[in-house]
Unconditional design. Structure first.
Length: 327
C-alpha cells in the first residue's frame, strides 16, 4: 500500500500488521472525527481528522526510524477519542477542560474492548507494552517536551490553515534528529522558530478565545441532547456527523436545543467579559521547550533563552475565559 501524506510525502507500507490495523473500524471511525472538535465555523478549512493525524504520527515515527512497535503505538494512540474530540471534556460536569484528558483516561479499557488486541496477538505484539506510553518516548512525552504526537498535530495545523508554507515544514523536519530517544533540533535558530510557531498556534487555536467558545457551546449542545435522551453515551463513539444527524431531528420540538445549535455555529458570538459573564471556561494551554544541538552538546531552549523560560512559566498554565453571549 502506498500512502501519500501532505507533510511527509509518499511511503510504501508492506507490514501485514499495519495493513490489518488500517482496515479496523476503530481506526476508520476516526476519519469522521474532527481533530479540533468543531472548528469549521471558527477556522474554515483548517481542520483535519483524527485519522489523518494518527496516520501522520505513524508516518513521522517511521520516517525517523522508530521501531515498528513504536510506530504501531503511534497509529492507534487516538482510537479512544470521542466524536468532537476534546469537546467531550466539556459535556459532563466531571470533565476537566484544564487537562482535556478524557480519551487518555479511557484509552486502556477502550483498546481492550476493540478488535485491535486480536490483531496484535496474531502478529505477536504485546498489548501491555503498547498501552504503556513510557515505552515509547519518541511518540509521547509530557509537556513541554517535544514528541511525534505534538510535532504532527502542530505542523499539520500550521499547513492546513496556511500559517506557514509546506517548504517551511520540510525545513523544520530536516532540522530534526533523534538522539537517545529524544527529538533534537540541529540548531537553536530552528528550535526558536518552531517554539514561536507552537506558541502562535496555542494562542490562536488550542487555548484561544475561539476555542473556548467552541468547546463550551458544543459541550452545552451535546449535554442537552444527552440529558434529554436524544442520544446515548455510546453515540459519542461513532462520528461527528452521525451524532449531529441523530440530534438534528429534535430541533423542532426543543427550542433550547435549537438555540444551543445556533450558538455553537457562531450565529450568536461570545466575548470574553470578566465583568459580565454567563460561562466560565478553562482550556488546556500547550507550549514546547525543544532540545537543540550547540556543537556536540544538547541544550534546552529555556536554558539558553531566558525570555522563553518566563514565557513557559506564564503560558503553560490553563487559560480561563469568562464568556458572555449576544442574543
Amino acid at each position: 500500500m502506498t500512502i501519500s501524506d501532505r507533510l511527509y510525502g509518499k511511503m510504501e507500507i508492506t507490514e501485514p500488521v499495519i495493513l490489518a490495523l488500517l482496515r479496523t473500524p476503530s481506526l476508520t471511525r476516526l476519519k469522521g472525527v474532527s481533530q479540533h472538535g468543531y472548528s469549521e465555523p471558527y477556522h474554515p478549512g483548517a481542520d483535519f481528522s483524527r485519522f489523518e493525524h494518527s496516520l501522520g504520527v505513524f508516518l513521522l515515527l517511521r520516517k525517523f526510524g522508530a521501531s515498528l512497535e513504536e510506530q504501531l503505538s503511534g497509529l492507534i494512540h487516538d482510537i479512544s477519542h470521542s466524536a468532537f474530540s476534546h469537546c467531550i471534556d466539556y459535556v459532563s460536569k466531571e470533565g476537566d477542560g484544564r487537562k482535556q484528558n478524557h480519551q487518555d483516561n479511557i484509552f486502556a479499557s477502550y483498546l481492550r474492548k476493540s478488535e485491535i488486541p486480536a490483531i496484535l496477538k496474531r502478529y505477536r505484539f504485546k498489548l501491555s507494552r503498547l498501552q504503556n506510553e513510557q515505552n515509547f518516548p519518541l511518540k509521547e512525552r509530557p509537556l513541554p517536551d517535544l514528541c511525534a504526537d505534538r510535532l504532527d498535530y502542530s505542523l499539520r495545523l500550521a499547513v492546513s490553515d496556511r500559517v506557514i508554507p509546506r517548504r517551511e515544514v520540510r525545513d523544520i523536519l530536516n532540522s530534526l534528529k533523534v538522539i537517545d530517544s529524544a527529538w533534537v533540533f540541529k540548531d537553536m535558530a530552528t528550535a526558536r522558530k518552531y517554539a514561536r510557531l507552537f506558541r502562535h498556534l496555542n494562542s490562536q487555536y488550542y487555548a484561544g478565545r475561539s476555542s473556548a467558545i467552541m468547546h463550551y457551546t458544543v459541550g452545552s449542545y451535546l449535554r442537552r441532547a444527552l440529558e434529554e435522551g436524544y442520544i446515548k453515551s455510546a453515540d459519542f463513539y461513532t462520528t461527528d456527523q452521525q451524532v449531529l444527524k441523530k440530534i438534528a431531528r429534535f430541533h423542532k420540538q426543543d427550542a433550547i436545543l435549537k438555540g444551543l445549535w445556533a450558538r455553537m455555529n457562531n450565529m450568536a458570538r461570545g466575548t470574553n467579559n470578566p465583568r459580565n459573564y454567563e460561562a466560565k471556561v478553562d482550556l488546556k494551554s500547550r507550549l514546547v521547550d525543544p532540545l537543540f544541538l550547540d556543537g556536540l552538546k544538547i541544550k534546552r531552549l529555556s536554558g539558553s533563552w531566558p525570555s522563553w523560560r518566563k514565557t513557559l512559566r506564564r503560558e503553560l498554565k490553563p487559560k480561563r475565559y469568562l464568556l458572555k453571549f449576544s442574543s
